[in-house]
Design a binder for this molecule. Structure first.
Ligand SMILES: [Zn+2]
Length: 303
């Protein structure tokens, strides 16, 4: 072998070693890079998972806190609205100068109650339903109205003047019966009532002389408050939509309690409701449900 060939072989072998070293270094660096990248990735994944868990826990905590707060508000409302003998209800002189409309619906529930609840929701309006026990299939609307933030009051179970006003005992027996119907739906007997025909009705005189004069006091002694109205929609007398709209709207009072009905026959009341809601909303009135501090609206007793 010539000196020149040996030199060439050595050079070749050096080049091969160099390439091999390069490959080894490349492989080591690549492995280290992958390991670092993987570890970064997995720690990022861990962090994301942790954040996700914390977020879910926080959201869960917020949901639970909100649910608990809502439950506490509801419990306070139920306690305040339940009948409590010896604790007076309502105020005779609303001192605030706010403009408020108390829409009240008597004689329900019926399928129209559901329509009314839906229309009220469109205007963020609250109202009061003085219910009877007559329409068993629609009783779930009592709870639906209550869940939507409306107030449930008692109007008697039978709404039969002859039976209800036969005697003081008969009246309270009937009131207790509708109280139980409402309690089944919302969990308590409310303190808000409306007499069939209002406290100024003269029909009761046919069945019992002087009964209204006694009942207006005795219901309050038993922890109830009765509410009449200062504006009559006229729907009980069979008025049509336009008449109901005209009868139910005024800008002459700041505290307005409107008498309406939500029986199945009162389609015209449902049709008039959007106009009434828009009329008062445009004038800056709020639609509120009766509560324990609401204005008491009493008629003059005539029997
Ligand atoms: Zn009625």
């Amino acid at each position: 072998m010539t000196e020149g060939r040996r030199r060439n072989r050595r050079q070749e072998s050096n080049v091969n070693k160099f390439i091999l070293c390069g490959l080894v270094i490349f492989a080591i660096c690549g492995t280290i890079f992958c390991m670092v990248a993987n570890s970064r990735e997995s720690s990022l994944e861990n962090k994301m998972a942790l954040l996700g868990q914390e977020g879910a826990a926080m959201a869960k905590g917020t949901d639970a806190a909100l649910a608990q707060a809502a439950e506490e508000i509801r419990a306070a409302r139920d306690k305040s609205f339940s009948v409590q003998p010896g604790v007076p209800v309502g105020t005779e002189d609303p001192s605030d100068d706010k403009k408020v409309v108390y829409l009240t619906f008597d004689d329900g529930p019926s399928e129209n109650t559901k329509k009314i609840i839906d229309i009220l929701a469109q205007y963020d309006a609250k109202a009061t339903f003085f219910v009877t026990g007559s329409n068993e299939e629609c009783r779930h609307y009592i709870k639906e109205a209550y869940d939507a933030g409306h107030t449930i009051g008692l109007h008697t179970y039978s709404h039969d003047y002859a039976a209800v006003y036969a005697s003081d005992e008969a009246y309270f027996a009937d009131l207790a019966q509708v109280g139980e119907v409402v309690k089944e739906q919302i969990g308590y007997v409310p303190c808000f009532i409306r007499f069939p025909g209002g406290s100024s009705n003269m029909v009761s005189a046919k069945y019992n002389n002087g009964i209204m004069s006694r009942l207006v006091d005795s219901v309050q002694e038993q922890g109830y408050q009765y509410y009449d109205w200062n504006l009559d929609s006229g729907d009980a007398a069979g008025c049509g939509r336009e008449e109901i709209e005209a009868n139910s709207t005024t800008d002459k009072m700041n505290h307005i309690m409107v008498l309406c009905h939500d029986t199945q026959a009162k389609e015209a009341t449902v049709e008039a409701l959007p106009y009434i809601l828009k009329y008062y909303t445009d004038l800056g009135y709020k639609f509120e449900a009766i509560d324990r501090n609401s204005m008491i609206c009493h008629h003059g007793v005539q029997n």
